[in-house]
Structures are given as structure tokens and as C-alpha cells.
Design a protein around this ligand. Structure first.
Ligand SMILES: [Zn+2]
Length: 382
């Protein structure tokens, strides 16, 4: 069986009516389930399907459900509820409707970007080599963040009993993993943005030092090359992996990144243990220092592909690191309708078990029609 999951933002589901959205996705498009982000980064998007709700959907992010406060009594970070929710708790209703229709329900938790948490708890945020704290991203290596995440995963998975829980935004060694809000002005090439994103917070320095890494030397290597790239005209176009390999002298930076990744993997293991349902780790197909799920029972991988580049994801799939793929539906469908059909069909032939298409709110009726064809062909090939 090839599962097709369509992501729905909770406000869209309720503005358009849970039952009519589910009728459309299950009955007409042929989806086997929906995914719903519930610990959500800030976002804004244009609603492209016909809707009586506001055309531009905006949210400062936060939790899209009322947390069970008792579960966070021991955590220093406390849940922050999305302001649009007010007194309602629509997630219960969505979960109940999915159950009664036999639809799968994946709930998604952002590990590091959930709205406003990093602003409220700046000491738990990532910190660049220049000591600049991110206003948007938490460092997962920070023990307070890890503890909050465990409580959150247990809360969501036990109370709403989803089919699976997706853990996203748990990345190391990529520009998205750090202070990306300032890297737009960075003229130093792609590698410079990745260096700027490496976290040098107290927790990261501590885990590296405990692993015997010379953290000062690692920070110096990053700072020296960033200073040069910022001063120009030299550009740092090498991606992080190649850059690390090209450094002269002892491999301080590689050891630092390895120690950081090991700490993040420990956080992932703890989250898996706290999760009452199968856990799916989201990753990008072009990650350089990917967090590994290897050996974890009841954890699998979800690869987000850029465009419809099947080859890029195939390596992950063949290594057994992932068996689901995520695609931006409106991009794929609008740019290359036959490519979406081909990608899903070939993915199913290669053993991919499920696809997650994002997302209902930005898809047109035409996009959904192409999705329907692609899902039908993929199921025949599975
Ligand atoms: Zn850190």
C-alpha cells in the first residue's frame, strides 16, 4: 500500500470546515490521511483555493492545542499557545474525525522553531560564533530544550493518539540550523552562511569539551574564515562538508560538529522513548551533517526533496534512512505536472511507502487534481 498524506494547517481545516476538507481530500483526491503541524513556527502564506476566510493566513506560531500544563511542571520552558486558538481546541475534533473516517493522522512538532519560544527564553536559543543569539531558533543541545521537547512529544502523542508524529527542524550543519535571519546580507557564499549557523552556545561548547574537543580552536577556525568572507572579496562557496575537509591542521571543527551531532542524536533518542506512537524524523535531501535515525526502533525518516529531484533522495532511501518523501505540491504541480506523476510512481517502485504533500492551504483545485492522478499511478506501482 502506498500512503498519500496531505498536510493541512489547522486554521485552514477549520475555516473551510473539517468535514468538507476531509471529503475533498479523502473522497476526491484519494488521500489516505492528513498531517497537521501542532507545534508550529511563525508563518504567512496566500490561500490559493476558494475560501471565504482571509486570503493571507498569518500566525506567530506556537502550540495549536491547549497543552496539559501538568506535563510541563518540571520543565523550565513552558508551552506557548498560538493566539488565534483563543478558547477553542479544534485538534481534538480533527483527530476524532480522522479516526471515524479511517484516515491516518500525522501530527508535526517543530523541535527548534516553535513560535515565540526562543524569544521568551533567549538563553535556550542558538548562538553564533559572534555570540549573537537567534531570536527564532532553540538549540536542541540545551538540556532545558530537550526536556521541554520530551514533555511536548509525550503530551501530543498520548493525548491525540496520532498514527505517527513528525519531528522537524532538527538539523545540524546547515544554514537553516542557526541564525538564518541575518545570512541574507552575507556576501560570503553558501559556505559562509553554514559557518554562521554553527551553534556555539554554552551547551554545545560543553558537550564538545566533554568529548575532548578543543572548542576554542574550533571557534577560532570558524571565526577566522567568516571574518575573511565578510571582509571580501574572497568567497566561501564550499559547502560545509568540503570546507571542513579542506582545513589544515588538526580536525577541531569536524570533531566539534561530530560531538554536536551526537548530542542532537541523543535528544532524538530521548524523544523516541517519550513518544507513544511511531516517530518520523524530517530531513532535507541535501543535508551535509544529517542527524541519523540508525538503529532506532519505531523511528523512520521523511526526506524533503527540493523540487522533484528523485535522485537526490534516492541515496537516503537506499541507505534505509528514509521511507517517506515530502514534496511541495503547488511547486511540483504548477511547474511540471507530469514530473509529479513520474516522481511518485518511481518512488513507489523504489520502495517508498508514503508521500506527504504540502500543503492544502496553498494548493489550487488544479494542483489537487494532479495529485490525485499521481497518487493513483503510484498505488498501481507500489
Ligand atoms: Zn547550541
Amino acid at each position: 500500500m502506498f500512503d498519500a498524506i496531505i498536510q493541512c494547517q489547522l486554521p485552514d481545516l477549520f475555516d473551510d470546515g473539517v468535514d468538507s476538507v476531509l471529503d475533498l481530500l479523502q473522497g476526491e483526491v484519494g488521500a489516505s490521511g492528513i498531517s497537521v503541524p501542532v507545534a508550529v513556527p511563525p508563518m504567512a502564506y496566500l490561500r490559493r483555493s476558494r475560501t471565504d476566510a482571509p486570503r493571507v493566513a498569518r500566525s506567530r506560531g506556537g502550540l495549536y492545542f491547549h497543552a496539559d500544563d501538568g506535563r510541563y511542571s518540571q520543565t523550565r520552558l513552558r508551552p506557548i499557545t498560538a493566539d488565534w486558538l483563543k478558547g477553542r481546541d479544534p485538534l481534538d475534533q480533527a483527530a476524532e474525525r480522522c479516526r471515524s473516517r479511517g484516515l491516518a493522522l500525522w501530527l508535526e512538532v517543530s523541535t527548534t522553531l516553535t513560535g515565540r519560544v526562543a524569544t521568551r527564553y533567549p538563553e535556550a536559543a542558538t548562538k553564533s560564533v559572534y555570540d549573537d543569539r537567534s531570536p527564532i531558533r532553540l538549540c536542541p543541545v540545551n538540556p532545558d530544550v530537550a526536556e521541554w521537547l520530551r514533555a511536548l512529544v509525550a503530551d501530543v502523542s498520548q493525548r491525540f493518539s496520532p498514527t505517527a508524529l513528525i519531528l522537524s527542524d532538527l538539523h545540524t550543519g546547515r544554514r537553516e540550523s542557526g541564525v538564518c535571519d541575518v545570512s541574507n546580507g552575507l556576501a560570503g557564499g553558501g559556505g559562509a552562511a553554514e559557518l554562521l549557523a554553527i551553534c556555539f552556545c554554552e551547551s554545545c561548547r560543553q558537550v564538545a569539551a566533554r568529548a575532548g574537543v578543543d572548542t576554542e580552536a574550533a571557534a577560532r577556525a570558524v571565526r577566522t574564515h567568516l571574518d575573511e568572507a565578510l571582509a571580501g572579496p574572497a568567497r566561501l562557496d564550499k559547502r560545509l562538508g568540503l570546507f571542513v575537509e579542506s582545513l589544515d591542521g588538526p580536525p577541531f571543527l569536524r570533531e566539534y560538529l561530530d560531538a554536536q551531532r551526537a548530542a542532537v542524536e541523543h535528544v532524538l533518542h530521548e524523544a523516541v522513548r517519550a513518544c507513544a506512537v511511531p516517530l518520523i524524523l524530517h530531513r532535507y535531501s541535501d543535508e551535509i551533517w544529517p542527524v541519523r535515525t540508525g538503529g532506532l526502533p519505531s523511528a523512520s525518516g521523511l526526506v524533503q526533496m527540493r523540487d522533484v529531484d528523485l535522485e537526490a533522495a534516492t541515496t537516503e532511501l537506499s541507505r534505509g534512512a528514509a521511507d517517506c518523501i515530502r514534496l511541495e505540491l503547488s511547486d511540483c504541480a504548477r511547474l511540471q505536472p507530469p514530473a509529479l506523476v513520474r516522481t511518485l510512481t518511481e518512488s513507489a517502485e523504489r520502495g517508498v511507502r508514503s508521500v506527504e504533500l504540502i500543503h492544502y492551504g496553498t494548493a489550487t483545485r488544479a494542483d489537487l487534481h494532479i495529485a490525485k492522478q499521481a497518487i493513483r499511478f503510484a498505488r498501481r506501482s507500489a
